[in-house]
Design a protein around this ligand. Structure first.
Ligand code: ACO
Length: 325
């Protein structure tokens, strides 16, 4: 008997050129480098140029992932874009990306799970691949978060940045007893009872406007570590692994204190945690694939290693996936 595995073929990332440092930010917002670093670990963020759209960032990350995988757009038959900051209300940013990639085949759609979007995207693509509905999936997390920030609200605008990351998953048919590879298990959760703790105060149906990101920071912080630990432990249990088996822990990059808290609760040594929040800030759905692309490109994540990804965000949504690289 045989089974289908979704294996990782390649990763890629892209960050806009413009860097906004804490010191620069503190010239027009009542904040300081010291406060931001101490509470969040963030020192800078990248900001998309005027006219540079979420699909443009997604395109560059996708091209980098395709190059890394040695593939062309012709080889892809599923595009999943996780974003909270789409180019337009519709069509899906995934459809725009598909067109920018010069593709007319396959299927492309967006996923809206805020910061957890990429993890939800990996789980979705894995399901498509395992069920035979897709052979090669391009999963992208891309955000221009800067466009929904209230730049006069110091409690939120210091936390976010723009960027995109992409991963290509490929179906491989293997014997039932073949060694595990690719996506091993995922666990996803949503609890809409928390929607008003992290949200945008505008929308097509409610205000006919875009709105701005609003957040009860302390409430998010209070729930984050517990929710993250729950799904990570669930994935470990499903796949018969323990924290000690992990080679890398690649958490959503919201805040250094949340990352450290989750690492401590799960018992993951700091040396095994990939951190980019200091340079990227919180790029929402892009944060995990950007971290994966960076750590894979610089040789930290190697073939055969066990990698746990996790994220938590607005909704609340939260989830984790375990991958054998
Ligand atoms: N600069 C200077 N002072 C600030 C700033 C700022 N940027 N922001 C808030 N303050 C002030 C507040 O006004 C307050 O002042 P006061 O005591 O005079 O009233 C003081 O700092 C403390 O404010 P708190 O909100 O209590 O600060 P806290 O220690 O909770 O840190 C933070 C705020 C960093 C937002 C924290 O709550 C947090 O990390 N929350 C998690 C939220 C998060 O990371 N969200 C990302 C999106 S969700 C996700 O991706 C999981």
């Amino acid at each position: 008997m045989s089974r289908i595995q979704s294996q990782v073929r390649g990763t890629g990332g892209y960050l806009p050129e413009r860097i906004l440092t804490n010191d620069e930010l503190s010239k027009f917002v009542d904040t300081s480098d010291e406060w931001i670093v101490q509470r969040t670990g963030i020192t800078q963020r990248h900001i998309a140029a005027q006219g540079e759209l979420t699909s443009d960032l997604a395109l560059k990350a996708s091209q980098n992932a395709l190059e890394n995988a040695g593939l062309t757009p012709e080889d892809i038959d599923l595009i999943v874009v996780a974003t909270t900051t789409p180019d337009r209300t519709f069509p899906a940013t995934a459809a725009i990306l598909q067109n920018k990639l010069g593709m007319r085949h396959g299927v492309a759609f967006d996923i809206q799970a805020v910061c957890s979007g990429f993890v939800f995207g990996v789980a979705t693509a894995d399901s498509y691949i395992r069920s035979g509905m897709a052979r090669r999936a391009l999963v992208v997390g891309a955000e221009t978060a800067s466009r929904i920030l209230d730049w006069s609200d110091r409690t939120t605008c210091v936390l976010f940045g723009d960027g995109a990351g992409a991963m290509i998953l490929e179906a491989t048919e293997v014997a039932d007893d073949a060694p595990e590879k690719g996506v091993l298990a995922c666990s996803l959760r949503t609890d809409g009872g928390h929607w008003d703790k992290l949200y945008v105060d505008g929308g097509v149906s409610s205000t006919r406007s875009i709105g701005h990101l609003r957040m009860e920071g302390r409430e998010v912080f209070k729930h984050a570590v517990g929710m993250i630990s729950d799904v990570v432990e669930d994935v470990l249990e499903k796949s018969g692994k323990t924290t000690g088996d992990l080679d890398w822990f690649v958490p959503h990059q919201a805040n250094r204190r949340i990352i450290d808290g989750a690492g401590r609760k799960l018992g993951v040594p700091e040396a095994k945690v990939i951190v980019t929040v200091d340079r990227h800030a919180n790029t929402s759905a892009a944060s995990v694939p950007l971290a994966l692309a960076e750590a894979s490109a610089d040789g930290r994540i190697k073939s055969g290693q066990l990698v746990m990804i996790e994220a938590m965000g607005g909704g609340f949504t939260w989830g984790a996936c375990l991958l054998r690289w």
